[in-house]
Design a protein around this ligand. Structure first.
Ligand code: MG
Length: 382
């Protein structure tokens, strides 16, 4: 039996990870972590019998301890880091947001054999720090994000020098067909209706603004060591081709499946092996046709900002991430409109002075600054 830790087990990716683990078998659960969903965590404890768990609120932790005195229960600000000190063979990092950065760095320092990375923010904000740390670690980082899993599978054993371009595909999100003049004030309900993927609220909004794709360009830059000029994005409405790699001879290799996160999660766990999965096979004849279009910048004004901050480097990706998190939250709380999201991000980026080669502490500081600046900009709008 391999020991696996699932961090962020009550979120969308976490829940699907547990489903996949039950399906493929051969794992014992070393640790589970949840931010605040106590009732689901308790249910997962009953079903999966973890040795260690984390929940943020110490009062919730006491509830768990009362019912399960033999489990090590961690909580509070440093509890998550303590949890990542516990040895495991594999860790699925499915915590969402910036909070995943320190635990991820700790996993790499500890040399956890395999880290299945589903968190974007850590690599977006601290890509340089993470890749540098990986060079001195025995850990292998395997992407869970569907596009990056597709690239990982398509590159396969081909040497990196043969890769000429990465092509990420994007569905275009929930508002791809809304007339441009209605886009600025489109309702939350419409934005949350993703045409192809079932995901959490934050990422579904990010998908509609294509900030999510901007993040994925940054992820790809660090995960595959390819300069941004050689990373392209195409709108692919069907979400069947999850991304492609172009090689120096003009050959393109991509990965196809029906859109279901359980597949990239499973591959990150079983790689280099493959096992039968819970995912339906693809019936291409019933899909009929696959379409690809260029990204319309007018519809997705926040998307090119991803390339800009990658070029600028330093703390700018962190500012983008922080401003987006605050702006999306304000949109979901009906404080700003959908059209305000790119405005808040752009304004935040132009209000902060860059700092090159930031340390982890400086990245954390930039995250706070980015959030504060964005909150001020939102206050001015309201
Ligand atoms: Mg993705």
């Amino acid at each position: 039996m391999k020991r696996v830790a699932v961090l962020g087990s009550t979120g969308s990716i976490g829940k699907q990870t547990l489903e996949v683990l039950s399906h493929i078998g051969g794992y014992e659960i070393a640790s589970l972590s949840a931010n605040e969903n106590l009732s689901l965590l308790l249910k997962q404890i009953r079903e999966f019998h973890p040795e260690n768990v984390y929940i943020r609120d110490p009062i919730d932790a006491r509830v768990i301890k009362k019912y399960y005195p033999r489990i090590n229960v961690f909580s509070g600000k440093n509890g998550l880091l303590d949890l990542t000190d516990i040895p495991a063979d594999t860790c699925v990092m499915a915590i969402s947001g910036f909070a995943a950065l320190k635990p991820l760095l700790n996993l790499i320092e500890k040399g956890i054999d395999r880290i299945a990375l589903a968190n974007k923010e850590s690599i977006v904000c601290a890509g340089a720090v993470i890749t540098e740390k990986l060079k001195h670690s025995s850990s292998t980082l395997i992407p869970v994000d569907s596009e990056h899993s597709a690239i990982f599978q398509s590159i396969s054993s081909n040497p990196r020098k043969f890769v000429s371009r990465l092509i990420l595909t994007a569905s275009g999100g929930a508002v791809r067909d809304i007339p441009l003049e209605e886009l600025k004030t489109v309702s939350i309900e419409k934005v949350l209706q993703h045409p192809n993927w079932k995901m959490g609220f934050k990422i579904t909004v990010d998908s509609a603004t294509m900030v999510n794709k901007a993040f994925e360009v940054m992820e790809a830059r660090w995960l595959f060591d390819v300069e941004p000029e050689r990373i392209d994005v195409l709108i692919h409405r069907e979400s069947i081709v999850h991304s492609l790699v172009e090689f120096v001879d003009g050959s393109m290799i991509g990965q196809m499946s029906i859109p279901d996160m359980r597949l990239p999660i499973q591959y990150a766990l079983t790689y280099p092996d493959r096992k039968s999965s819970l995912v339906q096979t693809l019936d291409l004849s019933s899909i009929g046709r696959l379409t690809f279009e260029k990204v319309d910048i007018e519809r997705y004004p926040a998307f090119p900002l991803g390339y800009e901050v990658l070029k600028e480097g330093g703390i700018m990706p962190t500012i983008l991430n922080a401003a987006d998190e605050v702006a999306v939250n304000a949109f979901l709380n009906k404080e700003i409109t959908f059209g305000d999201i790119p405005y808040v991000i752009e304004k935040a980026l132009s209000s902060v002075e860059n700092k090159m080669n930031p340390s982890v502490e400086e990245i954390e500081e930039a995250n706070e600054i980015g959030r504060e600046v964005a909150k001020r900009i939102i206050k001015d709008i309201c």
